[in-house]
Write a protein that binds this ligand. Structure first.
Ligand code: FMN
Ligand code: SF4
Length: 448
């Protein structure tokens, strides 16, 4: 679905609505002048439980990858008991191909901060930690500046939210990561904020019950929180009029979504679209990607971070919504940041490159992930270099599919990511792998 007006990016000049050259950081003053923090004011006039009910009614799904309904997650918190309760904001964004949260932090950090303040009020969370990936040095600076401005505006601080409009006081801190992809996994992120090695925790208990420092904690993605102020401003019904109804995955795919497109397209970038927009429309439309680079043909697309798997040549028309996983044999919509590949792409190289990433980023706690990711990488190197035997292809899929949380063998979803990425590439481009094996040195030597 094409949008008639931007929602999350309304203050950021972005294609197709404005000239990106005019982008600048929206300051606290400018944000307030253009209606900023009015949604927080409205939320503060409501009972916290009504704010949660509104977000629940909007059926807003998490934008961090798993698509879990935001209002439902907020509802998992136990009743306040007088002790500390936390919000951890996930701005790790280390999934290859994903760069949509960066746009919000780069140019409209107060939109995110308003979402944070509303979430804290709704869930009665007194402390927010904004966790940002180590490589986002500039963005950390921008966000720290915005947090300082928000304190000056009285949004955060001991006087209570919004200059004491509510006596409920919230503090907001920035925490920089140190460059590990695994710290984006929500419990690894909590460990990292606690100052420990970023190792995922075994769940349950889930963070809502026992999170940061053993206390109730909500973990939300940056874009999820940025969607909260417009939902409070214009109501849940308005949000559900955007996006599309889902036929398979529930709740439906309502609202807008930031898609960060990279790869072989003429105009890569971050676009705001309604959920359900077909991939080919996004790639070919004049206002968006303006077609495939160099006039080449589309071959494949990794639709939402490399861990989600791959769409094949026949799946160019796939609708970008939460049904995409079950409809098109991939893990899911993920972060909805498509990497588009043309017909000159070597899919064995793609699989090997992805496997290398996961091998390097496995935290090593679980044997199937630690050992499996090494083997998958080695087998793919052998395949790519033309040294594989026919049996290596089955061995590759056997090892890759033995990794994953489904049988309960690993603690977190990183192993699943390796499995889906590699297995969908092999499944959907098997002929390419078989042709490489046919011409491999090992096979030719045996035949000679
Ligand atoms: C290996 C791994 C990496 C992840 N990286 C991120 C990330 O960079 N940003 C993010 O928001 N969620 C990431 N997630 C998902 C989080 O665990 C969590 O589901 C999300 O932050 C919840 O926010 P949401 O409900 O608002 O989407 C990752 C998950 C896994 C398994
Ligand atoms: S699945 Fe991999 S990354 Fe996740 S906890 Fe286990 S070893 Fe670490």
């Amino acid at each position: 679905m094409f949008l008639t007006e931007p929602v999350l990016t309304k203050r950021i000049p972005t294609w197709p609505w404005g000239d990106p050259a005019e982008r600048h950081v929206v300051s606290g003053e400018e944000y307030v002048k253009t209606g900023g923090y009015e949604s927080l004011r409205k939320a503060l006039s409501m009972d916290p439980s009504d704010v949660i009910a509104e977000v629940k009614a909007s059926q807003l799904r998490g934008r961090g990858g798993a698509g879990f309904p935001c209002g439902v997650k907020w509802g998992f918190l136990p009743e306040p008991d007088g002790g500390r309760r936390y919000l951890a904001i996930n701005c790790d964004e280390a999934e290859p191909g994903t760069f949509k949260d960066r746009l919000l932090v780069d140019f409209d950090p107060h939109l995110v901060l308003e979402g944070i303040a509303i979430a804290c009020w709704a869930c009665q969370l007194d402390t927010a930690y904004f966790f940002i990936r180590g490589e986002y040095r500039h963005q950390a600076h921008v966000m720290q500046q915005a947090i300082n401005e928000a304190y000056e505006l009285g949004v955060f601080g001991p006087q209570g939210l919004l200059k004491g409009a509510s006596p409920f006081a919230v503090d907001c801190h920035l925490h920089r990561g140190a460059g590990a992809y695994i710290c984006g996994e929500e419990t690894a992120l909590l460990e990292a904020i606690e100052g420990k090695r970023g190792w995922p925790r075994i769940k349950p208990p889930f963070p809502a019950v026992k999170g940061l420092f053993g206390r109730p904690t909500i973990v939300n993605n940056v874009e999820t929180l940025a969607a909260v102020p417009p939902i409070i401003e214009r109501g849940a019904q308005w949000w559900t009029s955007l996006g599309c109804d889902s036929t398979i995955d529930q709740p439906p795919s309502y609202g807008t979504k930031l898609v960060g497109v990279s790869g072989h397209v003429n105009r890569p970038g971050v676009y705001e679209v309604g959920l359900g927009l077909p991939l080919d429309a996004l790639v070919t439309h004049e206002d968006y990607c303006q077609g495939m680079k160099g006039g080449r043909n589309y071959k494949a697309c990794i639709p939402g971070g490399v861990s989600m798997g791959v769409l094949d040549t026949s799946q160019y028309g796939a609708e970008l919504d939460f049904d995409i996983g079950r409809k098109y044999d991939i893990m899911g919509l993920g972060t909805a940041c498509p990497v588009v590949l043309d017909d000159g792409t070597d899919m064995i190289m793609v699989a090997r490159n992805i496997a290398r990433f996961f091998k390097n980023e496995s935290c090593g706690q679980c044997t199937p992930c630690r050992e499996g990711s090494q083997w998958v990488y080695k087998l793919l190197c052998r395949l790519e270099q033309g040294d594989a035997q026919p049996k290596d292809l089955d061995l590759l899929t056997e090892v890759a599919s033995s990794m994953g949380t489904m049988p309960g063998t690993t603690i977190c979803g990183l192993a699943d990511g390796t499995n889906w990425a590699v297995c969908t590439i092999v499944r959907k481009f098997r002929a390419e792998f078989e042709a490489r094996i046919k011409g491999s040195r090992a096979v030719l030597a045996n035949g000679a």
